[in-house]
Design a protein around this ligand. Structure first.
Ligand code: ZN
Length: 457
């Protein structure tokens, strides 16, 4: 048996099977029922949300032996050949590779002849925005005087690049990104039919990584099945996609929120050893802190694409922490990202942000935090930027500190978990003198940071 990728195997074959685009399929069904068909349709929307799939279903609906019908039979010669892509009168053209005037002129010549099999002649032009201006002009001439029983279906991810003269002659349908919840339900169901089990963590990671594109989600599923067989778990998805595990992000966040900057730095080191880049780590951390903020603020409705266990992890991490505290940590970490974009050293930027963030609770008390402006985040990073003449010295110093951090973690096992229980006194006792000295040296480098804060109150 030949292997068929999920995107082809699970491709919807009827209007009712197309998910999350009811506003399109319902209108098309009505048009077919009432025999009010246009000559040209424009399907817009992100990639992988069902544009060409819907175009093929429309072609079947029109050319089915029972057609035009909103419910093509799927059995007749026409239905089967359209599904297989071998129907003589249903032509799919890739606009990206047939973008010139010659191709469109050729199309114009052929469109004049009646359909070979007596039904509609249907041209599906994918990525139509890629056509040249001359090709669009040639296309416009056909649309101005469309031959009888010829229908054009244009698909594009970039409708703004389609000339207004073409747009005005098309019925336009905007396809939407597929919401995570609907996508997850669909994948779970289809996977179930293949005896593939996928846990809810894995499912939410796949849906999130797809960005609302079903094609992308199914291509990840293909890789997962060849990677881990028919039992798909969250860790496998993280490894395959190079995602930073939620547990690690929770540990870093928890360490920072409970004033244990050195633990956070050790975890950063651990993440680097595991192969993540600083940029990946910051992006993941910002995403995690954003969800943490929503959880702390009691606005979990805004967290739409996490599994139940991930939401539980957020709640556990944020127990006893105020939303303002999380917000300020988020600002500092996001500030590090901005610094890196403008050329600062990634690792130093992140480390400085985490240490500064871990001082917020100690300096002001967790409940009464002043707002931290972007200006502060900038100073936090700039304050320890290596000078051009002393950069090697700074680099060496950082390395030593990281090595110290690992020792400190070994000497005081379990300290990382202590603050999660909210027992701050125990956590403070567990700070070794070395750790304190190391953190203080960072604070000294971030000169003027805390002096600035009162004026922002
Ligand atoms: Zn049929």
């Amino acid at each position: 048996m030949s292997y068929l990728v999920f995107a082809r195997k699970w491709r919807p074959q009827t209007f009712s099977e197309v998910i999350a685009q009811e506003h399109v399929t319902k209108t098309l069904r009505n048009a077919i029922e009432k025999e009010r068909l246009g000559h040209a349709y424009l399907f817009t929307g992100p990639r992988g949300v069902g544009k060409t799939t819907t175009a093929r279903i429309l072609a079947k609906a029109l050319n089915c032996i029972n057609g035009p019908t909103p419910d093509p039979c799927m059995q007749c010669e026409a239905c089967r050949r359209i599904a297989a892509g071998s129907h003589l009168d249903v032509l799919e053209i890739d606009g990206a590779s047939n973008r010139g005037i010659d191709e469109i002129r050729d199309l114009r010549e052929k469109a004049r002849y009646a359909a070979a099999e007596g039904g509609y002649k249907i041209y599906i032009i994918d990525e139509v925005h890629m056509l040249t201006r001359e090709a669009f002009n040639a296309l416009l001439k056909i649309l101005e005087e469309p031959p009888d029983k010829v229908i054009f279906i244009f698909a594009t991810t970039e409708p703004r690049k389609v000339p207004a003269t073409i747009l005005s002659r098309c019925q336009r349908f905007d396809f939407r990104r597929i919401p995570s919840s609907i996508m997850a339900e669909y994948i779970r169901e289809e996977a179930g039919k293949e005896k593939i089990s996928i846990d809810s963590d894995a499912l939410s990671l796949v849906c999130r990584a797809s960005g609302g594109s079903m094609r992308d989600a199914l291509s990840i599923m293909d890789q997962l099945v060849s990677f881990s067989g028919k039992e798909i778990k969250g860790e496998a998805v993280s490894r395959l996609l190079g995602l930073v595990e939620a547990d690690l992000l929770a540990e870093i966040s928890s360490a920072v929120l409970h004033s244990r900057g050195s633990v956070a730095l050790d975890l950063v080191q651990e993440a680097l050893v595991r192969g993540y880049s600083i940029e990946e780590l910051i992006a993941a951390l910002v995403g995690f802190l954003r969800n943490l903020l929503l959880s702390a603020a009691g606005a979990e409705k805004g967290i739409t694409d996490l599994s139940d266990s991930e939401v539980a992890l957020l709640r556990q991490t944020v127990t006893g922490v105020s939303d303002v505290h999380v917000l300020n940590v988020l600002r500092l970490v996001a500030g590090a990202s901005a610094q890196i974009r403008s050329g600062a050293s990634p690792r130093i930027s992140l480390e400085a942000a985490l240490i500064t963030a871990s001082k917020l609770g100690i300096a002001f008390g967790i409940e009464s935090l002043p707002p931290v402006t972007e200006k502060v985040a900038v100073v936090a990073v700039k304050g320890i930027q290596p000078d051009t003449d002393s950069s090697s010295e700074t680099a060496v110093q950082n390395k030593e500190e990281t090595a110290d951090g690992q020792e400190a973690l070994v000497e005081a096992p379990g300290t990382a978990e202590t603050p999660v229980n909210g027992n701050k006194d125990t956590a403070d006792e567990a700070h070794s003198d070395d750790e304190k000295e190391r953190e203080n040296s960072y604070v000294r480098k971030i000169s003027g940071l805390f002096d600035m804060i009162p004026e922002n109150r």
